[in-house]
Write a protein that binds this ligand. Structure first.
Ligand code: ADP
Length: 789
């Protein structure tokens, strides 16, 4: 191993002086040798061009905290031809950042491929290489690409020397930093060149003094930028993640929307009111009967809408654009499909969008074909209306006429109703919107009436009871059907297109038929219309049947009433003469002592029987009169008090016979305008019942005046009436007792109530079984003096 002196000598030989750099190593020859060998291999004998090497050393030394290397190697540049300003420019240059080095590398890529040789000194490529060296020295991360590029450019040998050189610079820095006593002022290079350099460029001095701060601030700035870039990168990453998720969600919701639109068979539209542009999706176009590639605008839309609906729809669209309005469009309207002219119902709704100035910029919405729903609704409405019409009257002919009128134009352009009468069809009515057409139809019907033998048409339906549906009445069919040329002319003129005949069937009998015809509307009958027409016919037939039954019942009632009246009159004459004769005989018998007691008794019984018969006949007559509304009142001034006394006297023998004590509470005269005979009848009925159902007990008759009301009360203490039956006993033929125990027809109380009601009064009963009954008749009378309050 050499001594330090020997090594120092060699150093002096090589440099021409002994740089103070090695001084700290002199005490240990091994260290000195090591340091010197590094210098020799990496620096002195390096194949890197001297200027490049020195410039790099000087520049990289800005990163060494001790100024020794920076100053010495800057000074070394002067003998290599660089001026003070050029040195300052070199040292002040910013180290390349990541972005810049990417550009450098890209440029180097285009400048030349790996040659294994050093680039031309001073060339752009060498400058790029310089930047790469600085980058590799300064940066700790993401240097692989740069390293790889430099290695490819220089080839393995030069690359190894360059690396060795960079490592050596680093070692030198560490060395001088470790030996702060080292001073550049003692370095001959500095002594010789620093002065001239500073004179050339005084700012170089400032740089040497402040380079530490400068490099630190550069580093901080770089780190801040890196941090910012990292943050920005992170934010960008997050943003792109959010975007990715949102795009995914959007795509998903778009799919859902499409699914929803598809499953609801919804088409979409988008109207730009400013540009007047309208966009329809394929389904929307299909709904309007247009091919997918068709161009549309608002005029296309408007032209499809039914003329009656157009102004309304247009108005609603305009309303949706009004700022401050609902901003919504919603309507159902008819359209005529472009493809086939078929009428459809469309339900559409949309929402407007406004810009910042409140100007409507878009109206977006959906369309849906609701024809089926509308048709169902129409059908239901039509049937409900028909039912109402059918229920309104019991005159079936009038009803059928109204139903036929109702069917036009909902169900038909033409509607005729034919009723069966003794095997023949009688046309009840023919309806068409235009009277002229009706005239023409009737004319044809008269000239070419349908005979029973007819193989098709209403007669066929009447015969078979099976409906007839001819979806398409072709001209050939008309030719076949026509009886002659004139008939064919009629048929053609009527413009018949589609035919439907349904039977009016009730209780297994076909009563007639309804003929429905589609003509100028261009519509055709199908199964749905057939079902609707059958339902209509079913309801109509039921109404007709009811009306017929009602008519029959009316007839039967009239017949019975007539009979009752005749029978009662017939009975009355012999009963009257029988009664007269019985009374004459009875009077004679009472006078003639010779006549036996028994005879008187028999005659009395006969007289009672005849009286009873007479009452029954009268009641029958009254029932008939009242039922047919022929009860006539004969009003006159009647003193009810007197009348009550008379009737009570008249019935007294009967009361005595059945063991009833008659009690009377009657005030002075109670006069008003009443029907005397009818009031007698009322009181007789109530008294007869009291004697019948209260036999053996007292019966009380009371007459009271209360304000303008006159109250007539008949109270007995007989069997009484079950409260549940008290309402019913006033009805015709209703009884609360069995026929076996008590005779009677259940007409008395009904007639009584009818009379009382006709006189403007009312009747009530208070009773409990076994506790007797009190019947109270309230009649309107005149204001009486001394009446109860
Ligand atoms: P009827 O000829 O049966 O007496 P009414 O019309 O006079 O017919 O009376 C109807 C029914 O009312 C009677 O059948 C009887 O059940 C009941 N009724 C009427 N008056 C009395 C009464 N005073 N006490 C008990 N039941 C009575």
């Amino acid at each position: 191993m050499r001594t330090s002196r020997e090594i120092r000598k060699e150093i002096e030989t090589r440099f021409g002086f002994f740089p103070p750099f090695y001084a700290p190593a002199e005490s240990d020859p091994q260290v000195l040798e090591n340091l010197w060998q590094q210098t020799l291999q990496a620096y002195v004998e390096s194949p890197l061009p001297v200027l490049f090497r020195e410039k790099l050393f000087a520049y990289l030394s800005r990163y060494c905290e001790a100024p020794y290397c920076l100053v010495c190697h800057s000074c070394a540049l002067r003998p290599l031809g660089m001026k003070g300003s050029e040195v300052l420019e070199l040292l002040e240059a910013l180290p390349p950042a990541h972005g810049a080095i990417d550009e450098t590398l890209a440029r180097m890529e285009t400048l030349g491929e790996a040659s294994g040789t050093w680039p031309e000194p001073g060339s752009a490529l060498e400058e790029d290489l310089f930047r790469c060296c600085v980058f590799l020295f300064v940066q700790q991360t993401q240097v692989e690409r740069c390293r790889e590029r430099v290695r490819r450019l220089l080839g393995p040998v030069l690359y190894a020397h360059l690396t060795l050189f960079l490592a050596y610079v680093k070692s030198c820095h560490l060395w001088v930093e470790a030996h702060p006593e080292l001073s550049f002022e003692e370095d001959p290079r500095a002594r010789e060149h620093l002065g001239p350099l500073l004179r050339e460029e005084p700012r170089l001095g400032t740089f040497f003094v402040h380079y530490g701060e400068r490099v630190r601030s550069e580093r901080e700035q770089r780190e801040r930028r890196l941090l910012e870039a990292a943050e920005a990168g992170h934010r960008a990453e997050m943003l792109s993640e959010t975007l990715r998720r949102q795009t995914h969600a959007l795509r998903e919701s778009e799919t859902h929307l499409r699914l929803a639109l598809d499953s609801a068979a919804l088409g979409t539209w988008d109207l730009d009111p400013v540009a007047g542009a309208l966009r329809w999706d394929t389904r929307c176009k299909a709904l309007f009967g247009l091919p997918a590639e068709a161009e549309v605008d608002y005029a296309t839309f408007a032209s499809a809408i039914h003329p009656e609906d157009r102004p309304r729809v247009d108005d609603k669209v305009q309303q949706a654009f009004v700022l401050g309005g609902s901003g919504e469009f919603r309507d159902e309207f008819r359209i005529r499909r472009f493809r086939d002219g078929v009428e459809r119902w469309i339900a559409s709704q949309g929402r407007s969008f406004f810009d910042a100035r409140g100007q409507a910029v878009r109206l977006i919405g959906t369309v849906m074909d609701v024809t089926e729903r509308r048709r169902l609704e129409d059908n239901l409405r039509f049937l409900a209306q028909a039912s109402e019409t059918l229920a309104a009257s019991l005159d079936y002919e009038d009803t059928l006429r109204r139903v036929a009128t109702l069917s036009v134009p909902v169900l038909a352009d033409w509607c005729s109703v034919d009723m069966e009468e003794q095997g023949q069809l009688r046309r009840l009515i023919t309806v068409h919107r235009e009277p002229e057409k009706v005239r023409l139809g009737n004319e044809m019907h008269q000239r070419y009436p349908q005979g029973q033998e007819e193989e098709s048409g209403p007669h066929q339906v009447l015969r078979t009871g099976v409906p007839l549906l001819v979806e398409e009445l072709t001209d050939e069919a008309l030719v076949l059907y026509a009886k002659d040329a004139e008939h064919l002319r009629y048929l053609r003129e009527l413009g018949l297109r589609s035919l439907l005949i349904v039977p009016l069937r009730a209780r297994g009998r076909v009563l007639g038929s309804v003929t429905l015809v589609r003509a100028e509307s261009g519509l055709r009958y199908g199964q749905e219309e057939l079902r609707l027409a059958e339902e209509l016919a079913r309801r109509a037939a039921l109404a007709v049947d009811n009306a017929l039954l009602y008519r029959e019942a009316q007839k039967a009632i009239e017949l019975r009433e007539g009979f009752l009246q005749v029978a009662a009159h017939e009975l009355r004459t012999p009963v009257t003469s029988l009664k007269l004769n019985a009374q004459v005989l009875l009077n004679c018998a009472r006078r003639e002592a010779a006549w036996s007691e028994r005879l008187v008794s028999h005659l009395t019984g006969m007289d009672r029987g005849v009286s009873r018969l007479s009452v029954l006949v009268d009641e029958l007559l009254d029932v008939s009169r009242i039922t047919s509304g022929r009860l006539v009142l004969h009003l006159e001034d009647v003193d009810l008090a007197e009348l009550v006394r008379e009737v009570v006297e008249r019935i007294r023998p009967e009361a005595e016979r059945v063991g009833c004590e008659l009690r009377l509470q009657v005030p002075g005269p109670v006069v008003s305008r009443w029907d005397r005979l009818r009031l007698e009848q009322v009181l007789s009925n109530l008294l007869s019942n009291a004697l019948k159902y209260g036999a053996g007990y007292p019966v009380e008759v009371a007459l009271r005046v209360s304000g303008t009301q006159v109250l007539l009360q008949v109270r007995d203490e007989g069997i009484g009436i079950d409260p549940a039956l008290q309402e019913r006993i006033f009805e015709r033929f209703e009884r609360a007792v069995s026929d076996r125990h008590y005779g009677g027809l259940g007409m008395g109380l009904w007639i009584t109530r009818e009379i009382v009601t006709a006189l403007g009064g009312s009747i009530q009963v208070e009773s409990a079984p076994g506790k007797g009954a009190t019947f109270t008749v309230a009649l309107p009378g005149r204001e009486m003096p001394g009446a109860e309050a």
